[in-house]
Ligand binder design. Structure first.
Ligand SMILES: C=C(O[C@@H]1C=C(C(=O)O)C=C[C@H]1O)C(=O)O
Length: 187
């Protein structure tokens, strides 16, 4: 899989909804994956022999309009979560400067360890409500799916959660890539 950090950020401005606002969620089991409350990393690990985090990019950049209204800039981490060499999830995490200052070492030295190992191992992070999105990528994310040989032939489904730490919040969004949807729908 050859992806380049030169195109970071890959993420796109997406409209998120609470599950109740969406008239038609996808059929189970995809809907269960979207709404599962625990660590996605743990769930993914149970469906593969080799789990990998491929970093697409990390850095302090400006969030999209409306993505993080209280923050003019944020530390953004974009990764692919890969199961046995197949990219299943495009994940985009936004961390405000105040929170980064509090947990700088943990976040900046995470590397290819999954963020979930930090967020779910420490009881200081509290996951919030899950929001859902379905969209057709049209910019760099579309190019990314092409570059990993997963052309988009139908809308992508994704989920987003706020995690609270003291009086700060970070945002984690996870988009299920075509290969993941194909495998999940055959479960
Ligand atoms: C939040 C979690 O961490 C996962 C790992 C991520 C990373 O390493 O950047 C990003 C999103 C998640 O899918 C989780 O496991 O639920």
């Amino acid at each position: 899989m050859s992806v380049t950090r030169l195109s970071f950020p890959y993420g796109e401005s997406i409209q998120w909804f609470s599950p109740e606002q969406i008239s038609e969620l996808p059929d189970s089991p995809l809907s269960e994956w979207l709404l599962s409350s625990g660590s996605l990393t743990q769930k993914l690990r149970s469906h593969c022999t080799k789990f990998e985090v491929k970093i697409l990019g990390e850095g302090t950049i400006t969030p999209f309009n409306g993505e993080f209204p209280t923050q003019r800039q944020a530390w953004v981490r974009e990764v692919l979560l890969c199961l046995d060499g197949v990219a299943w999830i495009f994940a985009r995490t936004l961390i405000p400067a105040n929170l980064l200052d509090k947990k700088e070492t943990e976040f900046l030295t995470l590397g290819t360890r999954p963020l979930g190992e930090l967020l779910f191992s420490s009881d200081n992070f509290t996951p919030g409500k899950i929001e859902i999105a379905h969209f057709t990528p049209c910019h760099r994310l579309a190019q990314l799916t092409e570059s990993i040989k997963q052309p988009v032939t139908q809308e992508l489904w994704g989920r987003r959660r706020y995690f609270s730490y003291d009086d700060e919040q970070l945002i984690v969004s996870e988009t299920f890539l075509p290969a993941a949807r194909k495998i999940i729908e055959q479960m």
